[in-house]
Design a protein around this ligand. Structure first.
Ligand SMILES: Nc1ncnc2c1ncn2[C@@H]1O[C@H](COP(=O)(O)OP(=O)(O)O)[C@@H](O)[C@H]1O
Ligand SMILES: CC(=O)OP(=O)(O)O
Ligand SMILES: [Mg+2]
Length: 414
């Protein structure tokens, strides 16, 4: 009897799950997402084959556990999705965990590994809490199904020591795990494999500057198929700004912003401790603070509705450009492609055009029409470069973290 894989991507305000067949490559059979957990009413997006459903939910789903339980119940009870009617139909559950500390690879959840991950929660409470809540729930309520966790940080373990190290007291740094980890690695792993295949190059010879631009945004320099630098740091706060994140700022700024920086934020709960500084810089900054919206689609428009929207757009362009310049030099100018991915990277033709124009000195040229049209729904990688350019190709990659986890599960467990 065939068994299926459930891949879970839990964020602070949304839970996305996809069911896959257990075969190589895995095929999606249903996809569900609950968003708005922190800003009710929650909304459901559900896709099964050609059927697409969007609904506002009456239920009070205020935690990621509630949202996950709701999705599971709904899918198990859907008569049109009879393949997965109970836990007996699942072979594995894959979980995206943002911060994996020193883990180099995925791990199967046991009492011991869960304990290890709980110890890491302190380092990244804002990012690991939702996933761990769901892992705990699965362990309790679906004990017969193996849970495997995949870490956003694992892809960046290859960064050289001088890139990973912050110039602070090294005894304290080692004792507290204070170094650059980097994130979005599940996505970068998908991007690297897909782009190498598209270019017809072995992964070990592929050099990229890849951008994962979503509500959290980062950029990564990949040399010979390995991450050599990335813009996020100890936590996903560093580097590029995001929907509600400041990105890199002078670390002293927060003490001038408030004299309560070190106090526990009111958003803390019994299980999750966040400082006021973390709350401000992670949740009350970025596009939301500048413009009032978290949707970059409202900011990246030809005629922005306000000066603040224009400023937000210019800030993202400026910060990305700084990293492209830096990574181009770190890669010795040997860059196969600049790759745009994540919701913003995949959907904003204006951002891609603006950045490509500013990279002309690197020999970057794009085909304006291909850029404007963007990728087809099932087109994983699309080339938008203009033939004859001397510089790196410019590609769009429709990244897929859930697929990446299911793919590695099939590869490693069959
Ligand atoms: N047409 C668009 N132009 C620019 N940005 C967009 C557009 N549509 C969506 N976005 C941005 O994509 C983000 C979502 O990115 P995505 O990678 O899908 O999600 P997440 O980071 O939450 O996993 C949204 O927050 C929104 O800012
Ligand atoms: C690591 C991170 O920032 O994740 P997300 O973009 O999903 O918030
Ligand atoms: Mg994301």
């Amino acid at each position: 009897m065939p068994k299926y894989i459930l891949a879970v991507n839990a964020g602070s305000s949304s839970v996305k799950v996809t069911f896959y067949t257990f075969e190589n490559p895995p095929k999606p059979i249903a996809d569900a997402q609950v968003s708005g957990i922190t800003a009710p009413p929650p909304a459901l997006k559900y896709q099964r084959g050609p059927v697409k459903i969007k609904e506002k939910l009456e239920e009070n789903l205020s935690t990621p556990q509630d949202a996950f339980k709701y999705i599971l119940k709904r899918c198990f009870n859907d008569p049109e999705l009879s393949e997965v009617a109970s836990d007996a139909d699942l072979a594995y559950i894959c979980h995206r965990v943002v911060h994996g500390g020193d883990y180099k690879d995925s791990v199967t959840i046991t009492d011991e590994t869960l304990h290890h991950l709980e110890a890491l929660e302190d380092l990244a409470p804002l990012h690991n809490f939702s996933a761990l809540e769901i892992i705990r729930l699965c362990k309790k309520e679906l004990p017969s199904v193996a849970s495997i966790t995949f870490f956003d940080s694992a892809f960046h373990q290859t960064m050289p020591l001088h890139v990973k190290t912050y110039p602070i007291n090294q005894e304290i740094a080692r004792a507290n795990g204070l170094r650059k980890y980097g994130f979005h690695g599940i996505s970068y792993s998908f991007i690297l494999r897909s782009v190498a295949q598209f270019l017809g190059k072995p992964i070990e010879q592929t050099n990229l500057i890849a951008m994962h631009l979503g509500s959290g945004a980062s950029i990564c320099a990949i040399k010979d198929g390995k991450s050599i630098d990335t813009s996020m740091g100890l936590t996903p706060l560093a580097g590029l700004p995001g929907a509600t994140r400041s990105g890199s700022i002078d670390p002293s700024l927060v003490f001038h912003y408030t004299n309560e920086a070190g106090k526990l934020s009111p958003a803390s709960t019994k299980e999750m401790h966040i400082s006021t500084a973390e709350e401000i810089l992670n949740k009350k900054s970025g596009w939301k603070a500048l413009t009032g919206t978290t949707d970059f689609g409202e900011i990246a428009v030809e005629n922005p509705p306000s000066e603040a929207h224009k400023l937000a757009f210019d800030i993202l362009v400026d910060r990305i450009l700084g990293y492209i310049g830096s990574y181009y030099l770190k890669l010795n100018g040997e860059v196969d492609a600049l790759v745009f991915a994540g919701g913003i990277g995949e959907k904003s033709a204006l951002l891609r055009r603006t950045l490509s124009e500013k990279c002309q000195s690197l020999g970057v040229k794009i085909n304006l029409e291909a850029n404007e049209n963007g990728p087809e729904e099932n087109e994983t990688v699309k080339d938008i470069s203009k033939g004859g350019g001397k510089g790196p190709r410019v590609l769009i990659c429709q990244t897929n973290e859930q697929f990446e986890m299911a793919y590695h599960t099939v590869c490693s467990q069959s």
